[in-house]
Design a binder for this molecule. Structure first.
Ligand code: UTP
Length: 292
């Protein structure tokens, strides 16, 4: 299966980041000097994706603008001989085609993905949640594409979490295939309590879906929170066709939460050769100052 399209839903309200998200889209909040959405789109680019669809809502125009050209700024940087910065602001937009569709009412992730049907046509596609960042040697979407190509089916990205945390995630149940990294999925359970969770394999927001998902999205009723849940549609798909789950390699950050955002900021700085020392010194100084 050749996958060239990705869907990135960004229509959510981002309530965990209020009041910032009253006016600024969560995906535009930066980690160091790049907005979260930059990392999600880079993952798509590095996985060989050629076209991205943003499912947006009102007030999210900055996301599309970020991947468009800004001639005034380009001219300004050119005149001042700031070639490096010029290259940086042009680069990502030149690597991928982006388009968008509006989700007029925020009726859930499943509802958002349903808006991608005319974009994907009959092709399988990747879904990347922009507020779940994964640092990995091989981009996590590329890892899932490999499994999807092997079986010609949908693949859900999963990661192991402490058993005590299962009630924060969708949890996958299934049978391991050889190699113990890939499972044939039986079902997904939304946020089960640790004592009833079938596994500790959580679904943080990376999927390869075949276009049969759209029939399922049409059939599912509203689920948890009165929203159309992607989990419910995937469960329905698993009842009709083979669906796989794959334990991806990489470090995942829930940058849609304050804790995950702080964690990612420190980690990204420590992984940056120019910022590593700065960050280490800041942390050391704080430890001394506050006698931690
Ligand atoms: P979240 O559950 O993180 O919701 O959505 P949210 O609104 O972004 O953030 P909080 O929880 O209120 O802080 C997961 C992903 O699904 C998208 C969001 O933009 C996010 O990328 N989403 C969610 C939609 O596009 N539409 C929806 O109706 C719901």
């Amino acid at each position: 299966m050749n996958i060239t399209k990705a869907v990135i839903p960004v229509a959510g309200k981002g309530t965990r980041f209020l009041p910032a998200t009253k006016e600024v889209s969560k995906e535009m909040i930066p980690i160091i000097n790049k907005p979260m959405i930059h990392y999600a789109v880079m993952e798509a680019v590095e996985s060989g994706i050629e076209e991205v669809l943003f499912v947006t809502s009102s007030g999210k125009e900055a996301i599309e603008n970020y991947f468009d050209r800004n001639f005034e700024l380009e001219h300004f940087l050119e005149e001042r001989g700031k070639e490096d910065l010029l290259k940086q602001i042009q680069e990502i937009g030149s690597k991928i085609e982006v388009c968008s569709v509006r989700q007029k009412e925020q009726l859930g992730l499943g509802h958002a993905i349903a808006h991608a049907e005319s974009f994907t046509g009959s092709e399988p596609f990747a879904v990347i949640l922009g507020d779940d960042l994964v640092l990995a040697k091989k981009p996590v979407t590329a890892q899932l594409m490999e499994i999807s190509s092997k079986f010609g089916k949908s693949v859900i990205g999963v990661m192991e979490v402490p058993k005590s945390d299962t009630d924060k995630y969708g949890i996958v149940d299934g049978t391991f295939l050889e190699g113990n990294k890939t499972l044939k999925m039986q079902k997904m359970v939304e946020k089960p309590k640790p004592n009833v969770a079938p596994t500790n394999l959580a679904t943080p927001g990376r999927y390869i879906l075949t276009n049969e998902i759209f029939d399922c999205l049409r059939e599912i009723p509203r689920g948890v929170g009165g929203e159309y849940q992607l989990t419910d549609a995937i469960n329905m798909l698993a009842g009709k066709d083979d669906v796989y789950a794959h334990i991806f390699e990489g470090d995942r950050f829930d940058t849609g939460s304050i804790n995950g955002y702080l964690n990612a900021t420190v980690e990204f700085a420590l992984r940056d050769p120019e910022l590593k020392e700065v960050m280490v010194n800041i942390i050391k100084e704080k430890i001394v100052r506050y006698s931690i």
